[in-house]
Design a protein. Structure first.
Ligand code: BES
Length: 647
């Protein structure tokens, strides 16, 4: 039996990244009919929205977000009557304003159907769009084109008109038709599949019908069209990928069921029925994306030894933090990412601790990941500048900033450290119990930072013996100030202590390595190391000046340049940074290859910058980018062009 999961519309709505107004109109159901042609890179779409009217206006307009959509018709699906509409352009896309004049004042729901065409790349708009269209050469199979979408943060509007804000969550249904060579998968459950259907004009297609009964925000509506195969991992987990990668992906993500169970034990029952993993072609610009029922991941996770599975754990935690309880706008993004990261690091440390190949206590393995997070935060703060407004945990996007520009290590790591700080005050058990309770309380809803703080205060009002509160009702603790944690720029108010013994071990070895020019080092000293420990070691070297000789000796010892350790993309990335900095010749070709074979932004943006720094006069970075530009997702290509000052 399906429980009714009614989302509460926001009482006070504030989301600077949308044109829509969900406190007046609230989407209750979305129905998509998409005819997708990957050969032509074209989507012909019809979206039907069922919208609840919450407030009646004099001159009523339903405003939807769009970007790069060619609208052909807006009508009432029940009568076929057209609605008049206008389009107003803005910074983050356009507002599709649909006039509801003439609608009876007693109507509680309005039905709107919009027909349109799009390439899904945002047209000429600088923010780009959700669609990554790949030519056959960019796929593993090499025969057929491929499409994947990435809608977080505000790219759903480039695939269909919608109230593109995480405050609006609705169930959806989708009917996807594709040429007969293809399969479609979506962030929903497949309910029907009809192969080789024939249209009136004689052309044939495959039809896939999906349903997502749990209300989701627009940014979680995603799809892939390509040559896809799958293999079962457990009753609810399956791996999807191109045929050539099925075996490798099955091995790498083979523990998924075990991870879901581990997260369930912390967060409560898993409600999404399926927990599949889809391993994308290499141009997927992110590490992973928590699409409901099916997490999308980069093939750079295929290390061959499951050493990068912490990413999978993070995405599974998102099934609660983000997908079940969603941030209400992109300023509150930390609620999705910071909370997920905190829980994921707990689970990851446990998984590593159980792995007999890895040495270290539970606390030291947790400390290791925490330390690496702090390194990434430090880098972000250095590159932005500590006074930059985007270094706040809750950035201010009210000037119409593109949320994707504001996201970075700060939302993740400052959020993580906030929870860790609360843990040092209240104890781990209490924080974990609180979070489980928070998921239960706010499931299917969207929450703001102030909702979070208010609920936290309310929860501990009854759970602590003598709680104290500030003038606005927030619970207070000695040495902890909400405003500093939430709104100050730069470093978080504190970096709570963690066990850094594994970090120190790696740093000490790095120091010895520098002092002795790596001459007394033996490979056995790295035995039992988790790949994260090797990364700390490389990072420690990167922060100093290493001679070319030293880098060469390390390469001989650990076979970092082309050896098996480099199959772990994080290790390869750090190694390349170190080797490029030392002008170690064999690494140059390796670096060019690394930015050619995959398009994960985290790696390519940095390596291109490094190439440009190392060869300031030569045009290696620019030439390589020019050659590769078409391989990348449109958003990655736009950011790289900016980084390399080609715009
Ligand atoms: N939800 C994010 C990915 C994302 C963030 C997409 C912002 C678009 C805008 C996902 O959970 C994530 O954080 N992925 C990381 C990997 C993770 C292990 C830090 C990534 O893609 O690198």
């Amino acid at each position: 039996m399906l429980k009714k999961r009614l989302v509460s519309p926001p009482a006070e709505f504030h989301d600077p990244s949308t044109f829509s107004n969900p406190s007046m109109y609230f989407t209750r159901h979305i129905s998509l009919e998409l005819d997708i042609n990957p050969f032509l890179k074209l989507i012909r779409g019809i979206v039907t929205l069922e919208v609840e009217i919450l407030q009646v206006e004099q001159d009523p307009y339903l405003v939807l977000d769009i970007r790069g959509l060619e609208i052909s018709k807006v009508q009432d699906p029940r009568t076929g009557k057209g609605y008049s509409y206008q389009i107003e352009n803005g910074k983050l896309g356009s507002a599709l304003k649909i006039s509801l004049a003439g609608m009876s004042l007693h109507e509680q729901t309005v039905h709107v159907r919009v027909s349109y065409n799009t390439q899904g790349e945002g047209g000429s708009h600088p923010v780009g769009g959700a669609c990554g269209w790949l030519s056959p050469e960019q796929t593993a199979g090499g025969k057929l084109p491929y499409l994947f979408t990435q809608s977080q943060s505000i790219h759903a509007r480039s695939i269909f008109p919608c109230q593109d804000t995480p405050s609006v969550k609705a169930p959806f249904m989708a009917t996807i038709s594709v040429p007969v060579e293809f399969r479609a998968v979506m962030s929903a459950l497949l309910v029907e599949e009809r192969r080789k259907q024939v249209r009136n004009d004689g052309s044939s297609y495959n039809l896939f019908i999906f349903e997502q009964n749990i209300p989701v925000p627009s940014y979680l509506i995603s799809l892939v069209v390509g040559e896809l195969e799958s293999q079962e991992l457990s009753e609810r987990c399956r791996v999807w990928t191109e045929p050539a990668m099925v075996e490798a992906a099955c091995f790498e993500f083979g523990q998924t069921e075990q991870f879901v169970k581990a997260v369930e034990s912390l967060c409560g029952a898993y409600v999404w029925s399926r927990c599949d993993i889809l391993c994308l072609p290499p141009s997927f610009p992110y590490g992973a994306m928590e699409n409901p029922c099916i997490t999308f991941v980069t093939p750079t996770l295929l290390a061959g030894d499951r050493s990068l599975v912490s990413v999978i754990i993070l995405e599974i935690v998102h099934c609660w933090s983000g997908n079940l309880v969603t941030c209400s706008n992109w300023q509150d993004f930390w609620l999705n990412e910071g909370i997920s990261l905190y829980l994921a690091r707990k689970v990851t440390a446990k998984v590593r601790h159980k792995d007999s190949r890895i040495k270290g206590t539970l606390e030291s393995l947790f400390g290791l990941e925490t330390y690496l997070g702090r390194v990434s935060l430090k880098q972000a703060l250095e590159s932005l500048g500590k006074n930059h407004p985007y270094t706040r945990l809750v950035p201010d996007l009210s000037d119409g900033a593109d949320p994707d520009d504001a996201f970075g290590a700060c939302s993740y790591e400052k959020g993580f450290n906030l929870l860790l700080k609360l843990e040092t005050i209240l104890g781990e058990m209490r924080i974990l119990r609180f979070l489980r309770n928070y998921f239960e309380r706010f499931q299917f809803q969207s929450v703001s930072t102030s909702n979070f703080v208010a609920y936290f205060s309310e929860y501990f009002r009854t759970n602590l013996s003598k709680p104290e509160f500030d003038s606005v009702g927030r619970i207070v603790f000695k040495g902890f100030n909400w405003d500093d944690w939430l709104f100050s720029t730069g470093d978080p108010p504190e970096y709570p202590q963690v066990d850094l013994s594994l970090v120190h071990e790696a740093q000490t070895l790095a120091q010895r390595c520098i002092e002795k020019e790596a001459k007394e080092l033996s490979a056995s000293e790295f035995e039992g190391w988790d790949s994260s420990q090797l990364i700390v070691f490389l990072d420690a070297l990167l922060s100093q000046d290493c001679s070319q000789d030293l880098v060469k000796r390390l390469d001989m010892l650990l076979r970092l340049n082309r050896g098996p350790k480099g199959r772990n993309a994080e290790v390869r990335f750090l190694w390349l940074r170190l080797a490029l900095k030392a002008h170690y010749e064999p690494a140059v070709e390796n670096a060019v290859e690394f930015v050619t074979i995959q398009g994960r932004m985290k790696y390519i943006r940095q390596i291109y910058k490094d190439l440009q720094t190392v060869f300031p006069k030569g045009s290696l970075a620019v030439n390589t980018f020019t050659k590769n530009r078409k391989r990348y997702h449109n958003i990655a290509a736009k950011l790289l062009a900016k980084d390399l000052k080609l715009e």
